[in-house]
Design a protein around this ligand. Structure first.
Ligand code: DGT
Ligand code: CA
Length: 569
């Protein structure tokens, strides 16, 4: 495993050096070493320590391998990583691009992330460059599409379903004490590569033997005494690991990751003369762990409070934890409303009443009905007269409902020119105006940004919904100058939405972090078109937690009156 980690790092270093236009010999040395490490089964660092010579790995690279094995990171790489925009390392992996073209696109066109490259290929701006033909642009677009779906990522909502089903069945397997979801699913990433489940049992091999009979299991990929990798009927990979209860906490920390967070934990342990792995935290030369059974104990052994899985991405959580400054992350229980609900009046499948009842049953105190506006024919958008009749219905319902309030809203289309799809006289009658882009995604960044900023400046707009327009696995977010969106949102006191629909999850955690820093408030809306979809709120809360948000950052944690008051300021 250590070999693979170093191999990845050497590969990334080669990419960065090549993008920087470094000496080809150096680049090649890193690539060769990376390959070699991939194919070396023994621990390369141990071989070096034992005085063995690894062919193709000179003194310099050998030192780096030793450094990584000693410290869990590589100083040169940490420096290099910041020498180029992070997005270039995504671009370099697109089939048909590679380091030379990544450099070309960046140098000549300032393209620094996949979305910008996609936009440029669409607008045929690449073919003006030397060596880029019309066909190359097409291939790059195909490569981007491939990266998006072909990497076989699973939507978090789908992963949750599979994990819940498997854990339910696991609870019935004799000998199983408990189970937990680990990996990226537990960190609530929007898409995941596979599903990791950790099981505690006194005799792991006995439990492993029962797992091929799980209903979800269509095929066994690999099986060992404590681990099984299987594929579900839909082809999703699942890793199940079984450990003894005494080291469940240490294993849970380890298999929750992220790898970057684990590296930091190991460094911290090392500085205290401790060793940390999936079996526990150990003092030098001791076999009994100082901590292993619970996650809390493991973190405590390195003088940290427990860190929520959503934060474990090495995005500052280690420093915050050490300083006692971890955010008090928002939880699902803090949510008092769903701010984005559709009904049969437009493209929803149920009545307003049914949606209200479903949300009230989930503990909400109010909701915003946000059916589509007139120009969105495809979603049966409402004409102003329809909207007024809908408001009448809502007023009637509000008289009947106890302890629940329906707010009159609309998801108003932002036209290609940045105007709103209802007259001010109509907008004025609504409690909440949500604005959204539904067309013209391919406009250049400047135009799209300006269009949205213009909408934000409209005095009646309260919330910008699904701000980047991405559809996971289908469409990247539009080219936006997000900083300008943030400063306009702040200036105009407009909230930004975390759209909790499984395919959107838009904004994402990183955006939320930026919004909070910029002093912009958020709301979480499910965009439900059906009562069943109201459950997606939890996905949105996960995103908010990844962004380090607290209840105070999210307006629908407020009681209804205060929520409305905030929107009016
Ligand atoms: P993904 O790609 O969506 O499945 O993301 P993760 O984080 O679930 O990654 P996965 O499934 O490969 O491994 C789960 C966790 O286990 C990971 O977050 C940290 C730990 N882990 C497992 N194998 C490795 C490894 O080879 N290197 C590192 N650094 N960590 C590992
Ligand atoms: Ca995983």
């Amino acid at each position: 495993m250590v070999n693979k980690e170093i191999a990845d790092i050497f590969h990334a270093i080669a990419d960065i050096l090549e993008i920087q236009g470094e000496n080809a010999f150096r680049v090649r040395a890193y690539r060769r070493a990376s390959q070699l490490l991939e194919n070396t089964p023994e621990n390369a660092a141990e071989l070096l320590v034992a005085g063995k010579h690894l062919p193709g790995i000179g003194h310099d690279l050998a030192q780096k391998i030793l450094e990584f094995s000693r410290t869990g990171s590589l100083g040169d790489y940490e420096k290099l990583k910041h020498a180029v925009p992070a997005g270039l390392l995504d671009i370099v992996r697109i089939p048909g691009v590679g380091p030379k073209r990544t450099k070309l696109f960046y140098d000549k066109l300032g393209i620094a992330d996949i979305a910008a490259l996609e936009q440029a290929a669409h607008n045929h701006r690449l073919r003006a460059l030397a060596g880029i033909k019309d066909k190359t642009e097409e291939h790059i677009l195909e490569g981007i599409a491939l990266i998006r779906q072909g990497s076989g990522r699973i939507l978090l909502a789908e992963a949750d379903e599979i994990a819940a089903e498997i854990r339910q069945e696991l609870s019935l397997v004799p000998g199983v004490r408990e189970s937990a979801v680990a990996g990226s699913v537990r960190r609530r990433r929007e898409t995941v590569h596979d599903i990791d489940i950790l099981v505690a049992a006194a005799r792991p091999p006995a439990v492993i033997d029962a797992l091929p009979r799980l209903r979800a299991c269509a095929e066994i990929i690999a099986q060992g005494p404590t681990k099984i990798s299987l594929r579900t009927h839909r082809g999703f990979p699942v890793d199940i690991r079984v450990v003894v209860p005494e080291c469940f906490g240490a294993a849970l920390v380890y298999f929750t990751g992220s790898p970057a967070h684990n590296v930091r934990l190991r460094e911290l342990a090392k500085r205290r003369g401790l060793k940390i792995n999936e079996y526990g935290v150990f003092a030098e030369g001791r076999e009994q762990p100082l901590a292993a059974a619970s996650e809390e104990a493991v973190y405590q052994a390195v003088d940290l409070p427990w860190i929520a899985p959503e934060l474990r991405e090495d995005q500052g959580e280690m420093e915050q934890a050490a300083a006692g400054n971890l955010p008090r992350l928002i939880t699902a229980a803090d949510i008092r409303a769903d701010t984005h609900v559709h009904s049969q009046w437009s493209d929803g499948r149920q009545s307003i009443r049914a949606m209200a009842q479903a949300l009230q049953a989930r503990g909400c105190e109010y909701m915003v009905i946000a059916d589509h506006s007139q120009s969105l024919g495809i979603a049966r958008g409402l004409k102003p007269d329809d909207l007024r009749r809908q408001m009448d219905e809502i007023r009637q319902l509000n008289k009947q409902l106890k302890n629940f309030r329906i707010l009159c809203g609309a998801e108003v289309d932002i036209t290609a020119g940045g105007n709103l799809d209802f007259e001010d006289t109509v907008l004025r009658e609504l409690d909440v105006v949500l604005a959204a882009v539904h067309s013209g995604f391919r406009q250049p960044q400047e135009q799209l940004t300006q269009r949205i900023v213009h909408a934000l400046e409209h005095p009646y707009v309260d919330i910008l919904v699904h701000p980047t327009g991405r559809l996971l696995g289908e469409r990247a977010g539009y080219a936006l100058d997000f900083e300008r969106i943030l400063s306009a949102a702040r200036r105009t006191h407009t909230a930004l939405e975390i759209n909790a629909s499984p395919k959107r999850l838009d904004l994402d955690g990183a955006h939320c972090r930026l919004a909070k820093q910029a002093g912009v408030k958020l709301v979480i809306g499910t965009d439900s078109h059906d009562t069943a979809q109201c459950a997606h709120m939890e996905l949105g809360v996960g995103i908010a937690r990844r962004g380090g948000l607290e209840a105070a950052d999210v307006l629908n944690c407020l009681p209804c009156e205060q929520f409305l008051q905030k929107l009016r300021t």
